[in-house]
Design a protein around this ligand. Sequence first.
Ligand SMILES: Nc1ncnc2c1ncn2[C@@H]1O[C@H](COP(=O)(O)OP(=O)(O)OP(=O)(O)O)[C@@H](O)[C@H]1O
Length: 654
Amino acid sequence: MTSLQSRHIDNVYSITTGAALADPAASLVHKSWARCVRDHGLDPSRPSPARILPAQEVRAHQQQLEHFLRAARSGMEDIYRRVADLGYMVLLTDAEGITVDYIGNPAWDDQLRKAGLYLGADWNEAHAGTCGVGTCLIERQPMTCHQTEHFDATHIALTCTTAPLFDHSGKLTAILDVSALRSPEARESQHLVRHLVAIYARMIEDADFLRSFRGHWILRLGSAFGLVDVAGEVMLAFDEGGTVVGANGGARQAFAGRALGGAISEWLHMPMDAIWRIGNGGASAMPFAHTVLLPGGGEYHASLLAPRVRRPSVATPAAPAARPNDRLPPLERIAGDDPQMQKLLAQARRLVDRGIHVLVEGETGSGKEVLARALHGASGRAAMPFVAVNCAAIPDSLIESELFGYTPGSFTGGRAKGMKGLIAQADRGTLFLDEIGDMPMALQTRLLRVLSEGEVLPLGAESPQRVDIAVVAATHRHLPGLVASGRFREDLYYRLCGAVLKLPPLRERGDMRYLIEGMFNEEAAAMSSPVRLSEEAMQKLLAHDWPGNLRELRNVLRLALALCSDGRVGVEDIQLQLPARSGHVTPANVARVAASSADDPDGIAATELVELLRRHRWHVARAADELGLSRATVYRHMKRHGIAPPRSRPLADD
Ligand SMILES: Nc1ncnc2c1ncn2[C@@H]1O[C@H](COP(=O)(O)OP(=O)(O)OP(=O)(O)O)[C@@H](O)[C@H]1O
């Protein structure tokens, strides 16, 4: 034993037997010395060597922390790179004080092992006495145990700086330790290491938090604007319904005493709509746009991280963009803070994945298909097909084969190989039956069978095929009226309307600014033009007395983008009162039709319509968009003129 060690033992004796320990203001170290003698029965005169667990036991401890270890390892490697040259090594223990990972200079392996700065070393205070790890486990705060602050004389050459690591539920999970075999005598020499350890401890916790909630939305709040995306100190994870499911250490501190589970809007005293808007570009994209005041005081910059576990993309082609912000969840993105829409969306969220068929009602162009796609996108079926069928579109003679498909040779004029019907194509996904009121009676009976039995029988087939579909039907007609007049089967009506979602017309919506901003951004992005909508133009759009149709709004914005110059849409570019449509539309004459709300098919000649449809490769919705008409109107017009697509190019409804 060295003379230094003997002096240390005397000192520990004098402190642990003296009155100093009764002092409530005794230092962490002296309190720990007292625990070592009183509670752990350790004797300072009998130093005990480092205890290293056998590999098998270490493995068992590591397994308990498997996911956490991965995040911690990156942090440990990074911190080691910074301190290795100064003679430090890095160690991680679990909540029992067992070393489950370590990085040190291999050249000092023997010495490190002897000192216990090694994999498997037990640093619990009950065994090792006062030390960085063991005492930190009890005190649950960052600390340095420098040289003779250690209880056991074996360790008095070491300096150990530690910080506790808590998992996302606030449970103490591990201790991060940066230690050195030798160091300057002055305790202040560890000041910088202490800062580093605290910073890395937080980074590891945050990495674990982000990993644990990678399937959720995460709101990050930070005091440093510009760093909030990467280093926001307060993080709240929440689900698509806005319920808080996780809070990191910073958030647990900022919202002390608040239990998980409430609505994030209540946590922040902010409407949900405003929280979703934070996703609209993040703090770095919108300087000073998003600041949040926390209940306990303090103004924070905010950014919103979208879930990183993404579902595979939908198998069908995307709808004409209808997403004000594609970082938002599918249902949230379709409306701003309009009370009617928020109520509808709350209802819609409850319907998702419940096996309930949904009927969407709403005027032409009120966004029925957009809502149907959002229901699909928010569901567990999102990775499977969304098949849209416009029942008014398909000639009566074709609708049966289109919907149910047919076997080879069963259908005169059919394809030699037969055809998979649209219902079968929607298997495991969503079938959107638009204009359901126009479905012929005979087919209503067959559809009813599909819905009640979950089977589809293609034309000419002998045995039915099982299908698992969610059905969203839509209509702008009054179905109960059709039922009353005998034109729609009552049983099918009840089967389809497991729930009814009624979309308000545009004129009743209170979230016009949100819709305009969203649509404008989509249209500008589609033109790849970095154009800005001036506030005067916005005011003109807001003041306009819109009828029921979102399609008209889109056309006005599209026209404004075509007309504007200097990267700015001004008030003069907003053309609201325009002559009635005639003929097809080109960018040059789009003004003539942009704001037409007269869904009157009589103005289009058959040849013009065919030309327009060809130009759009038989995408009826796109042709309808260009004309500023509803798809139903275009379909009816096609029917009236007997226009059908070439067989090689089936009708596309999106
Ligand atoms: N929430 C929304 N945000 C942005 N654009 C929207 C929204 N809802 C609808 N739109 C746009 O409005 C237009 C009409 O939408 P959609 O086709 O869903 O309406 P619809 O009610 O199904 O129409 P129709 O009655 O003609 O079948 C489309 O251009 C769509 O992109």
